[in-house]
Every structure is written in C-alpha cells, then in structure tokens.
Design a protein around this ligand. Structure first.
Ligand SMILES: *[C@@H]1O[C@H](CO)[C@@H](O)[C@H](O)[C@H]1NC(C)=O
Ligand SMILES: *[C@@H]1O[C@H](CO)[C@@H](O)[C@H](O)[C@H]1NC(C)=O
Ligand SMILES: *[C@@H]1O[C@H](CO)[C@@H](O)[C@H](O)[C@H]1NC(C)=O
Ligand SMILES: *[C@@H]1O[C@H](CO)[C@@H](O)[C@H](O)[C@H]1NC(C)=O
Length: 479
C-alpha cells in the first residue's frame, strides 16, 4: 500500500513549486530537485540554490556551460544522462562540493583537461556509454579525490601514461567494453594510480600481456581480463601486482601455461582460466601462487594431467574445475599437491579407466564429479585415498560390472549415482564398504540379477533407483 502524504504537506509543496515556476519540470524536496525525462534542453535556472542533489537524466540537453551550474554551488550529486556532446571549459567550476557526477549515456568523444576543473572533491565520476576515444593529458589533474572512475562502453583504443595523472586516490577503474589493444597500452599507464584496488579491462582487444603493463599497481586486488584475445602472458607481467587476490582470464586464447607467467602472485586466491585453449601446463606454473583457493580450468583442451602440473596448490580448497576438457589420463600423484581440495569437477572428459593411483592425496575430498566420461573400469582401491568422499557421480559412463573391490575406502559415502551405464552384473559385497550410503541410483542399466545381500550393509539407505533395467531376480521381499 502506498503511504498517503498528509494533505497539508502536499499543499505546501505545490505552493513552493508554483512560486519557483518549476512545477512542470521538476519535483523538489528540501535537499534536491528531480527533473527526469522532462524534455529539458537546458539546465533550469530557477531551482532553489541550496539544493545538494540535482537529477536531470533523460532530457535533451546537448551542451553544458559554466553558467549552467553557477547558481547551485552546494551540489553534491549531479546526474546528467542526456545527449551531451559538448562540455565547455570549466562547466563545473563552481561545484567544489560535488562528490558524484554522472555523465553516463551521453555523446562525449574527447575528454579535455579544462572539463573537470573545480571538482576538487569529486569522488565518483561516471562516463560510461559515451563515444569517448581519447582522454587528453591532465584531464583528471583537477580531481585528485576521485575514487571511482567508470569509462566502460566507450571507444578507447589506446591507453597512454599521461591519461590518468592526478588520480592518486583512485580505487576502481572500469575500462571494460572498449577497443583497447595490447600494443596501445603504454608502459607506465597505471603508474599514476597507485591506490587502485580493482581494474576492469574485460571485453577489449588485448592479445599479449606485457611485463610493463601493470607497473604501479602495487595495491591492486582484482584484475578482470576476461573475453579479450590473450594468447600470451610475458614473464614477470604480474610482478608489480603482488597484492592481487582475483585474476580473471576467462574466455581468452591461452594455449600453454608457463612457469614464469604467474610469478609475483604470492597472494592470489582466485584464478579463472576457463574457456581458453590450454593443452599444457608447465611443471611449477602454480608454484608462484601458493595462496590459491579456487582454480578454474574448465573448457580447455587438457589431455593428460601430470603429477608436476599442480605443485604449489597446497591451499586449493573449495573447488577445482577441470570439466569439459579432453582428459583421458591422470598420472599417479597428480593430486598429491592439493590435499585441501573438497570439490573436484572432472565431468565431460575422456577418462576410461580409474586407477588406484589417480586420486591419491585427496584425503579431504567431499564431492567428485566423474559423469559423462567413458569409464569402463574402476581398479581395486581407487577410492581408498578419499575416505571423506560423500558424493560420487559416475552416471553416463560405460561400466559393465560392479565388483566388491571398487568402492572400498568410501566409508563416508552418502550419494552414489551410477545411472546410464552398461551395468549387467553386480557382485556380492559391492556395497559392503559404503555403510553410510543414503542414495543409490542404478537406473538405465542392464542389470538382470540383484545379489541377495546387496543391501545387507546399507542401513542408512533412503532411496534406491533401479528402473530401466532387465531385472528378473529381485531378492528384497521386504521392500
Ligand atoms: C560545502 O560543504 C561544506 C562542508 O559540508 C559546507 O560547510 C559548505 O557550506 C558547502 N558549500 C556550499 C556552497 O554549500
Ligand atoms: C568470449 O568473448 C567473445 C568476445 O571476445 C564473446 O563474443 C563470446 O560470447 C565469449 N564467450 C564466452 C563463452 O563467454
Ligand atoms: C570410449 O571408449 C571406446 C573404447 O573403449 C572408444 O571406442 C570410444 O570412441 C570412446 N568414446 C568417447 C566418447 O571417447
Ligand atoms: C534387456 O531387455 C531389453 C528389452 O526388454 C532387450 O532388448 C535387451 O537385449 C535386454 N538386455 C540384456 C543385456 O539382456
């Protein structure tokens, strides 16, 4: 229910608005005026001069001049999403108390050093969704307090080292969705923004990350580089960004990871490398990222996982994404360096045989996804190294028979999904080692006979699915 304003207040407001002659265009409160979508072609000059907020979005203003705001010197927030193509020199000269300026969605093309003069207290500047192709040297010198600068969805192709001077307090710089290419980021571009915490460069045209690109970013914590065309990362590129926590390289075209690519990232916790074309990872690549907690390598072209690939990942805990590769082999000891891992995603690969040396080292693993592979055999003792496993998904594989030695070591397993295999035969004692099993799924197989003691040990079982089989002998009279 809408709250009804007392009639007295409404009358009072109407009187004020009438007196000021802005009843048509603006709705004013004690502190601000809201003139949104009123077909204004210029800034109204008859508003209370004491307002601290002015919203002029979605009008038809095309030019801003110094006289437009000279009456409103108390402004702290100004919203100007219009069709502005021209901002005359010193247009904001009198707005020394302004902290937020929104110029999103206009038609600005070039930013000049006389544009933001006077904005000594500005903290947030929104310039996204314009047609900005250049930022002249010194443009931001007048705005030393700026913390957030949004330049996404523009037409920048080049970043020069004189573009961001004056931004000594900047914490967040958004440059995503431009046309910035590698060769056009000058070395030292970010030397003038030492307080930057987040840098967004995704959806650009970067091809190579060069070692001089990120100098000066000693406080950076998040770097988004996804959906570029990055094929290589030069040695030492991240040496200047030792505080980085999150590095997102999703959807690029990296093919080989080298051990010198991630040096300097001693504090990195999250590394996203999904949707690249990675076929190989050099030994020791992750030795430089010992704090990594999450690693995404899904949708790549890995074929063999080697025992030297994941050294250094001793803190990897939450999840390790290896789904959608072409993995047909996992060498003995591959996961020995990742003892903290709890979730391992290996579905949509080409595994055929699970060997007893594949999952050694995974003493804390809780969930293992192996569905959509081509697994036809599981060697005795394969799961002995994973006693904490609660959840094992093996559906859509090629298993033909279940043996009593396949699931040993799984004393904590609660969920086992074997749907859509070619299982014809279940040996007696197959589930003797899994007394905690609650959910056992076996549908869409070709099981003919259920051994009479199948469930003897499964005191916790809540759900057993056996439909779509060829069962002729069914031993459970009690069910
Ligand atoms: C600017 O802000 C300061 C501090 O809040 C205040 O004292 C001053 O009156 C403001 N200036 C104007 C023109 O409102
Ligand atoms: C990858 O980025 C390209 C643009 O560079 C985009 O067109 C495509 O949709 C993205 N793909 C994914 C899977 O995000
Ligand atoms: C699965 O393995 C069989 C041989 O065991 C092979 O013929 C088949 O192509 C494999 N299928 C896939 C999808 O890899
Ligand atoms: C299972 O039964 C279907 C029809 O009910 C039959 O076509 C199929 O050959 C049987 N499979 C086995 C392994 O007996």
């Amino acid at each position: 229910m809408m709250k009804k304003k007392p009639a007295g207040v409404l009358m009072f407001l109407l009187v004020i608005l009438k007196v000021l002659g802005t009843a048509e265009a603006c709705r004013c409160t004690a502190s601000g005026c809201f003139c949104i979508g009123r077909r204004l072609t210029s800034v109204p000059q008859d508003l209370p001069t004491t307002i601290t907020e002015l919203e002029l979005g979605h009008n038809q203003i095309t030019i801003l001049s110094q006289s437009d705001f000279s009456r409103y010197r108390s402004l702290e927030t100004l919203e100007l999403n219009n069709h502005i193509s021209t901002v005359n020199g010193q247009a904001f000269y009198h707005l020394s108390n302004l902290t937020t300026l929104r110029l999103s969605g206009n038609s600005l093309t070039i930013l000049r050093p006389d544009m933001f003069v006077g904005l000594g207290n500005l903290e947030e500047l929104w310039l996204d969704n314009n047609d900005i192709s250049d930022i002249q040297a010194g443009t931001f010198n007048p705005t030393p307090q700026l913390r957030l600068l949004y330049l996404k969805y523009n037409k920048l192709t080049t970043l020069r080292s004189d573009m961001f001077t004056g931004l000594g307090n900047l914490e967040r710089l958004s440059l995503e969705n431009n046309d910035i290419s590698t060769s056009d980021i000058q070395a030292g571009t970010f030397n003038t923004t030492p307080q930057l915490i987040y840098l967004y460069l995704y959806d650009n045209k970067l091809t190579i990350l060069r070692s001089g690109m990120f100098t000066g970013l000693g406080n950076l914590q998040g770097l988004s580089l996804y959906s570029n065309e990055i094929t290589d990362i030069q040695a030492g590129t991240f040496n200047p960004t030792s505080q980085l926590r999150m590095l997102d390289l999703y959807n690029n075209t990296l093919t080989h990871l080298r051990s010198d690519m991630f040096t300097g990232l001693g504090n990195l916790e999250y590394l996203h490398l999904g949707y690249n074309d990675i076929t190989d990872i050099q030994a020791g690549t992750f030795d430089h990222t010992p704090q990594l907690k999450k690693l995404a390598l899904y949708n790549n072209k890995l074929i063999t996982l080697r025992s030297d690939m994941f050294t250094g990942l001793g803190k990897l805990g939450g999840a390790f994404f290896l789904r959608n590769n072409e993995i047909s082999d996992i060498q003995a000891g591959t996961f020995n360096p990742t003892p903290q891992l709890r979730n391992l995603y290996l579905y949509n690969n080409k595994l055929t045989t699970l060997r007893s040396d594949m999952f050694t080292g995974l003493g804390n693993l809780e969930r293992l996804r192996l569905y959509n592979n081509n697994i036809s055999d599981i060697q005795a003792g394969t799961f002995n190294p994973t006693p904490q496993l609660e959840w094992l998904a093996l559906f859509n594989n090629k298993l033909t028979s279940l043996r009593a030695d396949m699931f040993t070591g799984l004393g904590n397993l609660e969920y086992l999904n074997l749907n859509n295999n070619d299982i014809t035969d279940i040996q007696a004692g197959t589930f003797n080692s899994t007394p905690q099993l609650r959910y056992l799924y076996l549908y869409n197989n070709q099981i003919q006979t259920i051994p009479s003691n199948l469930l003897t040990n499964l005191m916790q079982l809540r759900e057993l699915r056996l439909s779509n089989n060829n069962i002729t002998t069914f031993p459970f009279e009690d069910l």
